[in-house]
Design a protein around this ligand. Structure first.
Ligand code: UT7
Length: 343
């Protein structure tokens, strides 16, 4: 192990908007069909935040759920990292709002932005702090509300995304390590392939007209992202396995970013993994960006697809472009439920 301390993964949690939007609902907005969306993406429905739901609120819900799972006192948490591309405000960070709401009084807190790969980046960052001995316990949240940046008249994009939050709790340990290997990459030359323009301070410039609403919506070259993803996912999993001193054949479950079932199946095939090793809830959640990997993991644990102990390859890709993977051991037990229920 290249770190002084291991990082145990001891909790997972979720925060979801209550409204479910089905493909049939979208048929009323754009020229699409339930059949097209299901066959091209695997998505049947997604959660969409209401006007009263916020990135901060969903993040807090996921954080509290993960804290309950881990059975820790929030005061133990010394680091809060929130991965999001859709914060409620430029500052304060979402992480600071979460830190206050959960009562992590001794914690440092900051946001991190790596689009849909954010949670993988956040896990790797948390490992640096825990592994060096700087902090003993970390909360890592992935949260996004992309629905506020979607053009609901653009069938190429509005059918794909959902909103939500997912969280992990990690604890430093002298004898055990669950974060076996990570791999992070970026290629800003592909920035234009997936972006939400005109949402920062760079625009409008002096003398320019303020942007129209439509200029601030998510824009994507779907084909190009598809081709990037089917290569990036296997590359990241293989490289993270090398870091973990494992073969891909040692991995029990693939927990990929939930963007499109066709991407997920193609990547699993390239990795030589069987359909039953795929963890996916894209049919129910759509693409929840930074939240998608923890949400998929959370649901698979709840539904007993992933049982303790299992080795999982968490792998993300998205805007930036960014991509990366983390090989993790899942050994945790939900402290709110009898141990027997966890197995
Ligand atoms: O976090 C990363 C986020 N993004 C992604 O992961 C996106 C990756 N890309 C994809 O998932 C796929 O490229 C899409 C699902 C976006 C599109 O699927 P595709 O098989 O690549 O379709 P396409 O873009 O090549 O479009 C095929 C046809 C086009 O019609 P024509 O030109 O063949 O007549 C589109 O206009 O499908 C049409 N189309 C639709 N039809 C019905 C595009 N969107 C829709 C729609 N309903 N919602």
């Amino acid at each position: 192990m290249k770190f002084k301390y291991g990082a145990r993964l001891i909790g997972v949690g979720a925060g979801l908007p209550s409204a479910v939007v089905t493909n049939a609902d979208l048929e009323k907005l754009v020229a699409t069909s339930d059949e097209w969306i299901k066959t091209r993406t695997g998505i049947s429905e997604r959660r969409i935040a209401s006007d009263t739901e916020s990135t901060t609120g969903l993040a807090i819900e996921a954080a509290k759920d993960a804290i309950g799972f881990a059975g820790i006192d929030p005061d133990e948490i010394e680091l809060v990292v929130v991965a999001t591309s859709t914060p409620d405000n430029l500052y304060p960070s979402t992480a600071c709002m979460v830190q206050a709401a959960i009562g992590a009084k001794r914690a440092a807190a900051f946001d991190l932005e790596a689009a849909c790969t954010g949670i993988v980046y956040a896990l790797a960052v948390a490992q640096q702090f825990l592994g060096s001995g700087t902090f003993k316990c970390a909360l890592v949240v992935g949260v996004d509300i992309h629905s506020r940046f979607l053009n609901w008249e653009d069938r190429n994009t509005c059918i794909l995304f959902g909103d939500g939050a997912g969280a992990f709790i990690l604890k430093a340990d002298e004898n055990q390590n669950d974060l076996l290997g990570t791999y992070l990459r970026a290629d800003g030359s592909g920035a234009h392939l997936l972006h939400i323009p005109n949402t920062g301070v760079g625009y409008p410039h002096a003398g320019q007209e303020p942007p129209k609403e439509v200029d601030r919506f998510l824009q994507m070259n779907g084909r190009a992202i598809y081709e990037f993803a089917v290569n990036a996912v296997p590359e990241a999993v293989r490289a993270a396995c090398v870091e973990a001193n494992l073969e891909v054949a040692d991995v029990d479950f693939l927990v990929p970013h939930q963007a499109n079932m066709r991407i997920i199946k193609s990547a699993a095939e390239r990795l030589g993994m069987k359909p039953e090793q795929i963890v996916s809830n894209v049919n129910e959640m759509g693409n929840t960006s930074a939240a998608s990997i923890p949400l998929a993991m959370w649901q698979a644990i709840l539904r007993k697809q992933i049982k303790s102990p299992s080795t999982c390859a968490l792998v993300g890709f998205g805007g930036g472009l960014t991509w990366g993977a983390a090989i993790v051991n899942w050994n945790a037990v939900d402290q709110r439920r009898p141990a027997i229920e966890n197995n």
